[in-house]
Ligand binder design. Structure first.
Ligand SMILES: Cc1cc2nc3c(=O)[nH]c(=O)nc-3n(C[C@H](O)[C@H](O)[C@H](O)COP(=O)(O)OP(=O)(O)OC[C@H]3O[C@@H](n4cnc5c(N)ncnc54)[C@H](O)[C@@H]3O)c2cc1C
Length: 380
């Protein structure tokens, strides 16, 4: 039971704000501690698929997000020369609609929803120490806070995960990614994927089609640190994709600010909860971006954790319900990058021909390959 219980959530990201609203709607008194000085415009595009959208609908926030999102109507793959390999028409199935959203808009909708449910959000509150047994945290200013229940939604470098599991061993995948936003030069409501040897670039419109979100991945030997806020010279991004044809060079010519981050693989946490503490989202299972499921899994976790706690289940039940699914999605995302990065020209031609023929002869099958991800409804 969570009615009247004092719950402290670490982190005002997608996981933290959604679990805060879910718990407050079930009667808990929830406080969110966020290290950032304010909830500001950080980040760029995210894709919210049906499995995540069902959670937002169940939390009463789906329409608020739809009003700020672009609904994608297709995924279009191109080869390195710019030739279209295939166009996957998402309008063939209403249940494949995907929302293209600015992360800041999703955070805004979730933060408004949390406050409206009575959650207090405290910014500038960086947690430096976590005592799991006592459900107590220490802040950077030395203050300590006691909670009835402690929830770690504190992302990839989670202190709560470390307190529950010890240090994890992340390894660099040999890939880096740039992100950038530019004024949209006219791309319609679809995701365009440009595939080349050891690299790929995805772009899609945001905010009523006014902005174009760009994520470009390159295989590379060395990288130093993880993180969302490493500015880079746009010239490096342009140089990495200089031999791409089609629209790629024109798009990259407009980039005047970009961020670069290294893609690391972390193990899924062994322990997701113990006593009066639990973790969710990237804190329990950092996810590579190749299936665009990081935010969607965080939303699913939030709903299931809140329900388990409200129904009096212990946190082990929550872990038992969530771990197998997240492991499967993460394994699929880990295995997806190489498909875009084929190097040998013959292999590339054969693979692209297979995709083109498959999509022409059996479009429903092509569209249905990830039904096992998108069809899940954790709210029922
Ligand atoms: C600044 C930022 C920008 C991002 N931009 C993108 C993007 O453009 N595209 C994309 O696909 N994904 C992006 N992501 C990642 C994506 O949001 C997550 O992978 C996914 O939504 C899961 O969310 P999460 O809430 O579990 O983790 P996160 O989104 O990482 O949220 C964790 C939150 O916890 C806070 N926090 C961490 N440690 C502490 C501490 N010790 N004390 C208090 N607070 C703490 C962080 O500041 C953050 O707000 C971004 C993440 C961040 C933090």
């Amino acid at each position: 039971m969570v009615i009247g219980q004092d719950i402290t959530v670490l982190g005002a990201g997608v996981a933290g704000l959604s679990v805060a609203r879910a718990l407050a709607l079930r009667g808990a008194r929830v406080k969110v501690l966020e290290q950032a000085a304010a909830i500001t415009e950080v980040g760029a595009g995210l894709q919210i698929s049906q499995n995540g959208l069902r959670v937002l609908d169940a939390l009463g926030l789906g329409d608020a997000l739809r009003a700020r999102a672009v609904q994608s109507r297709a995924v279009v793959l191109h080869n390195q020369r710019g030739r279209e390999v295939m166009r996957m028409d998402l309008t063939r199935r209403a249940d494949r609609a995907t929302l293209l959203v600015h992360r800041a808009d999703l955070i805004d909708v979730l933060a408004d929803g949390a406050r409206e449910a009575g959650v207090s959000i405290r910014c500038g509150a960086r947690v430096t120490d976590v005592d799991i047994a006592a459900a107590q945290v220490t802040l950077a200013d030395g203050a300590t806070l006691q909670a009835g229940l402690l929830i770690g939604a504190d992302g990839v470098q989670s202190r709560v995960r470390a307190a529950l599991n010890g240090a994890d061993k992340a390894f660099f995948t040999g890939q880096v990614a740039w992100r950038a936003l530019i004024p949209n030069p006219g791309q319609g409501p679809e995701a365009q994927v440009h595939m080349g040897a050891g690299r790929h670039l995805v772009c899609y419109p945001l905010r009523g089609g006014q902005l174009l979100n760009i994520v470009a991945v390159q295989e590379r030997r060395q990288w130093a640190a993880e993180g969302w806020n490493h500015p880079d010279d746009p010239g490096h991004l342009r140089a990495a994709f200089a031999d791409f044809g089609g629209t790629v060079r024109g798009i990259l010519a407009r980039v005047d600010q970009t961020h670069l981050w290294g893609l690391f693989r972390h193990p899924v946490a062994r322990v997701w909860g113990q006593g009066r503490a639990a973790i969710l989202g990237d804190a329990s299972h950092p996810t590579l971006p190749f299936l665009a499921q990081g935010a969607n899994l965080a939303l699913e976790d939030a709903f299931v954790l809140a329900r388990c706690l409200a129904e009096g289940d212990d946190v082990h039940r929550y872990q038992a319900l969530r771990r197998p699914r997240t492991e499967r999605v993460i394994a699929a995302a880990n295995g997806n990058a190489w498909k875009f990065h084929l190097r040998a020209p013959l292999v590339q031609t054969l693979a692209h021909t297979a995709l083109r023929i498959g999509n022409a002869l059996a479009p429903a099958r092509m569209l249905g390959q990830f039904d096992w991800i998108y069809d899940v409804d954790v709210t029922t």
